[in-house]
Ligand binder design. Structure first.
Ligand code: MG
Length: 219
């Protein structure tokens, strides 16, 4: 029996109006910092999943570059630019309200506390979920099972009675299924192929209409 639905945030419920690479270029250009590739950024991000802010990520990235740019200032500029550029996927706000009538609804998002809490605040979603956890507040980030155990514990639900909805194969689909949850994969046009560990696959822009149908089939 499905009692709880837990969502990923970025690229699952909300998307930026510019891609992250462009945002990173805009922010580094404005700060006069040498440009940082998206690949280098993601690598530094993966080393700093449980930090409070993105400052350690930018400190790592700036460490081997000829620059006197300030990691904290860059982290703040990047955070504000991303939060401002974020919009909900069409229909998800109503979807979340509808789901709450039948299920516990949670959020588990990877990233620094300030960065992810800022996004929730900008979206006006501070009180949207029955529980919302940012891995920066936890011992470990997705795909570590401890991250999933933390949100299940907040929602007081067993892993087998919870479904995780996310777009990232490793963090979301592998992570949730290894933690004993069912997983539903959100597909993007430029994203990874459907993974067969997921029970179902939904197109990102039609998650609001497709998810209720998939959940009905799981009943
Ligand atoms: Mg995501």
């Amino acid at each position: 029996m499905v009692e709880a639905i837990v969502f990923d945030l970025d690229e699952t419920l909300a998307v930026p109006d510019r891609d992250r690479e462009t945002i990173l270029e805009d922010v580094t250009a404005a700060a006069g910092t040498p440009s940082i590739s998206r690949e280098a950024y993601l690598d530094a991000h993966s080393q700093n999943l449980t930090k409070h802010t993105r400052e350690p990520i930018f400190a790592d990235l700036l460490a081997d570059r000829e620059t006197d740019a300030d990691a904290e200032a860059l982290a703040v500029a990047y955070r504000e630019t991303i939060a401002d550029s974020l919009s909900p996927i069409p229909g998800v706000e109503l979807l979340l309200e509808d789901l709450k009538a039948a299920y516990s609804v949670g959020l588990l998002t990877n990233g620094p506390v300030r960065a992810q809490r800022d996004k929730l605040e900008t979206l006006g979603w501070e009180n949207t979920f029955d529980a919302a956890l940012v891995t920066g507040e936890l011992e470990a980030g997705k795909p570590d099972p401890r991250a999933f155990e933390a949100i299940l514990s907040e929602l007081a639900v067993e892993a087998g009675n919870a479904v995780y909805v996310g777009d990232n194969i490793e963090a979301d689909i592998a992570g949730a299924t290894n933690a004993g949850m069912n997983a539903i994969q959100v597909l993007k046009s430029d994203g990874p192929a459907p993974d067969d560990r997921a029970l179902a696959h939904l197109e990102q822009d039609s998650i609001a209409t497709e998810l209720p149908t998939v959940l009905e089939m799981l009943e």
